[in-house]
Design a protein around this ligand. Sequence first.
Ligand code: S5P
Length: 452
Amino acid sequence: MESKREFFLECYKLGIIKFGRFTLKSGIESPFYVDLRPLASEPKILKNLANYLLDMLPLDNFDVICGVPYAALPMATAMSLESYIPLIIKRKEAKTYGTKKLLEGIYKKGDNCLLVEDVITSGKSLVETIEEVENEGLKVADIVVVLDREQGGKEKLEAKGYKVHTLFTISEVVKILKEIECLTDEEVARINDFLNGNQVQFQEKKKISYENKLEKVEHPMAKRLLEIAIEKNSNLIASADILSTRELLDFADMVGPHIVALKTHIDILTDFDADSTILPLKDLAQKHNFLIMEDRKFADIGNTQELQFSYGMYKISNWADLVTAQVIGGSASLDGFHNVGVVAILGMSSKGTLTDAHYREEAMKIIENQSNVMACVAQNEIPDDLILMTPGVNLSDAGDSKGQQYNTPEKVINNYHTDFIIVGRGIYKAENPEQEAVKYKMAGWEAYKKAL
Ligand code: S5P
């Protein structure tokens, strides 16, 4: 077998330890996160791991071997295969029917049981497991653990008279990773701080300014939007979910001086007409210097989307500066949007949305490789070279009866580093929409300056 250090590095490549900022089950923030389950998917590594663990142990002492569910089950199985020590299986909960057994397999009262655990932290779950195993009449003297997070678990068990054998400790692996420059001095210091029981200070990431973002973005519409923001001291997009052309134009004229973009749902209008709706709207956009963002949320195959974008009665491609699109149709479905800034829907604001973390991760892979996408609509932080727009913004954060969920401008700008807030009913339903637009503009701009 290779050296223990080399073996650890092989395991590390499977992503078993991640460094960064993680909230643990207990609510505590940790600078690292351990998950050894991937080891079970590499047979050679699992076999080697079993042998490393067996090498540390007085094997003659054990009649049976048992893993703490679930992560240690494959480890215990592999150890049993390598050592011929019989395996028993512990359930997480006792069966509620039949035998109601907690331990499965062949054993007799008084047998010595070796317990196998993947990670030991405070030792709490091991103490519970030991108790359950002992209640079944087995004796536990030794516990073997793959990684000790060094947060008091080993000492706790040893104080109760158990012998804990650990293959790796977190300080040992941090030292190895520091040596091969996988960790910086600063990260190591933070981990040590954490292990010493101190609350860790994570540096608050500052929001990037519009000026700096202007240098990072490439799409011409992204540049224009940021330039308008800087010129008008505004990060407000007003959503005009309005039913008649007259009201839409009045609204655009009123709020126009205070916004960077007007978001339309053009298919809501009951009296749409290219000449009397779009021409004057374009004039107002020019007069007040704002972009027009059609919130069409395309969600079809590429060919259909291309037709929907350029044909039909709305001919969106003739007048929209920005259009929203879902990414559900995959990368190629977005290729047909030319001469427009595509705003991809990454995450939705509505209750029960299917845009969970897994969806967003996959969606982001598409978005990052799509040169016509200039921005995302989302309720979470995104990479700095994309523009983030967040709807579901309202100064009163009560939501509506149809699933909409609201946050305040300050919250989204602070927490997600939102670049542009999208406000609908908060403004157009107000008694004095212009006054309300100014209020949102100031709230958004103040929050932006504070987050820098
Ligand atoms: O996730 C989303 C995405 C969008 S674009 N949640 C949203 O609410 N929107 C749109 O933002 C929605 O279609 C509406 O036009 C606007 C929010 O309106 P409000 O009245 O709830 O502020």
